[in-house]
Design a protein around this ligand. Sequence first.
Ligand code: ZN
Ligand code: FE
Length: 256
Amino acid sequence: MANLEIELFRCRSDNFGVLLHDPESGKTASIDAPEEQPILDALTRRGWTLTDIFTTHHHQDHVEANLALKARFNAEITGPKNEADKIPGIGFAFGDGGQFSFAGHPVEVIETPGHTAGHICYYLPQDRLLFAADTLFALGCGRLFERGPRDMWQSLLNLRKLPDDTVVYFGHEYTMSNAKFALTIDPQNAALRDRVKEIEATLASGGHTAPTTIGVERATNPFLRADDAGIRKHLGMEGAEDWEVFAEIRARKDKF
Ligand code: ZN
Ligand code: FE
């Protein structure tokens, strides 16, 4: 089986767009559909034709172009079962543990309630790829709009247990702000300090901070490290439950 190809680009004010392409079958999926024109431009740049949209959650900045792209390409839209009624044009709905295949590549659905109640991530175990949208960002996580910190912490643990070399694409370029915040939570973490320097260099040269990997996030992302002894001590929360430490970190970021 040939390797999948990926086209990553910026759209809207701070969203990432991602196209996933199988060179053997020609199938091409857009992970979410934030904005029509940049997706059309990306397809033209690569000479690909859209066949699928994999929707992660119902927010406008992830579904805005669903109907336009469906009309233009007759694309199939796959999305989250627990908010299927809010996904324009949805044809196939999957909840936690759902499995399907994209051009012969197995895809597993991981439900990650928190940012929205039905948010799903798409995991391709053979390709070591995760599309985490607004659940897990580089050095950050999504805001808790529809579920509480207990649910979101469990969602993040379900992503953290994936193999370290899993390549993670995510929904927004929020990384510089996340990096500044992370240093206030985990100032003693040398891997984090090194990473922040890399991020500054990447952004200064006009690059993207996506993708990341599970291993890098596990080592540096404070939202995945609520059970880390150093962070708990820094926050004076040695006796708290892990999800309570996570809740404190999330609350501090909301005010940062
Ligand atoms: Zn969102
Ligand atoms: Fe978003």
